[in-house]
Design a binder for this molecule. Structure first.
Ligand code: CTP
Ligand code: MG
Length: 231
C-alpha cells in the first residue's frame, strides 16, 4: 500500500498563463485531475496528498475523504517536504501534477521496483546528444547511452525518504528530483523504471498543444511504443 503526493504548488511561470498551469483545462478536466483520478482509482493507494499553492485554495470542489490538501513551499523540494509530513503508508509515490499522462501500467511497474529496491523513478533514455557547457562554449560531450531523463512518479520507502529529505533541507541542499536526495542522503542505490516518452511534463506553451494531441489521439499507448526495454 502507498500514499501519493501530487505536487501542484508551483506557479507555472514558464507556461506563461495568468494562472497555475495545473489548472489548465485539457480535454474535459484540469491537468492535475488526471493523476488525481488515476491514484483514486487504485485500491492500493491509501491517501492522496495534494500539495497546493495558497493562491489556488478556492479552486477545489468537494474532495473525497482520502484526499488531503496541504500548502507547498517556495521550491519543489520544500513542497515535497510539506506533503511528506502527511504520509502514513509504508511507501510514497511523488508525482508532478504537470505530468497528466500516466497510467496504471506505469504505476504497476513502479510499485514492483520500489518494493524490491526501496527507491525508483520513471525515466526514459536520452535521445538527444547532451553536452556540458560553460556559457556558449561546449566543454564536454556526455555519453548518451549512460544518460536517462527522469520523470515522475518517483517512489520511495516513506521512512527512508522522510529522514533523508529532512537532512537535505537542514543542509540547505537544493535538488530538482527526489532520487537525488536518495543518492546523497541514504546508502540505497536507486533504480529507474521504464517510463514513457509521452509522459511529458507540461512546462512551456508548446507542451499544452503536444499534450492536447496526445490526449486526443492516445497514439502512444495504442501503438505500444511508449516504453523501451531494459537492456
Ligand atoms: N511545484 C510545487 N511547488 C513548488 C514548485 C513546483 O509543488 N514550489 C510543482 C509544480 O506545481 C509542478 C511540479 O512541481 O507540478 C514540477 O515543477 P515545474 O514543472 O517546474 O512547475 P512550476 O514550478 O509550476 O513551473 P515553472 O518552473 O515554470 O514556474
Ligand atoms: Mg518550477
Amino acid at each position: 500500500m502507498y500514499d501519493a503526493i501530487i505536487l501542484l504548488a508551483g506557479k507555472g511561470e514558464r507556461a506563461k498563463l495568468d494562472y497555475n498551469k495545473a489548472f489548465y483545462i485539457l480535454g474535459d478536466k484540469p491537468i492535475y485531475q488526471y493523476s488525481l483520478d488515476l491514484f483514486l482509482s487504485d485500491p492500493r493507494c491509501n491517501n492522496v496528498i495534494l500539495v497546493i499553492n495558497q493562491l489556488d485554495k478556492d479552486k477545489f470542489g468537494i474532495l473525497p475523504d482520502n484526499v488531503i490538501t496541504t500548502y507547498g513551499g517556495k521550491t519543489r523540494m520544500e513542497s515535497v517536504y510539506c506533503g511528506l509530513s502527511h504520509v502514513t503508508s509504508d511507501y510514497v509515490l511523488i508525482h508532478d501534477a504537470a505530468r497528466p499522462n500516466i497510467n496504471m501500467d506505469l504505476i504497476n511497474n513502479l510499485l514492483i521496483d520500489v518494493y524490491t529496491y526501496n527507491a525508483t523513478a520513471l525515466a526514459v533514455k536520452v535521445v538527444d546528444a547532451i553536452k556540458e557547457v560553460n556559457l556558449n562554449h561546449i566543454k564536454k560531450t556526455l555519453k548518451r547511452d549512460e544518460l536517462i531523463q527522469m520523470q515522475t512518479p518517483q517512489a520511495v520507502k516513506s521512512s527512508i525518504y522522510k529522514e533523508a529529505l529532512k537532512k537535505a533541507i537542514d543542509d540547505g541542499v537544493s535538488v530538482y528530483d527526489d532520487m537525488e536526495v536518495v543518492e546523497l542522503y541514504t546508502d540505497i542505490t536507486p533504480v529507474y523504471t521504464n517510463g514513457s516518452y509521452s509522459n511529458i511534463k507540461v512546462t512551456n506553451k508548446i507542451d499544452f498543444k503536444i499534450m492536447e494531441v496526445i490526449m486526443r489521439e492516445k497514439l502512444w499507448w495504442e501503438l505500444d511504443i511508449h516504453t523501451i526495454p531494459i537492456d
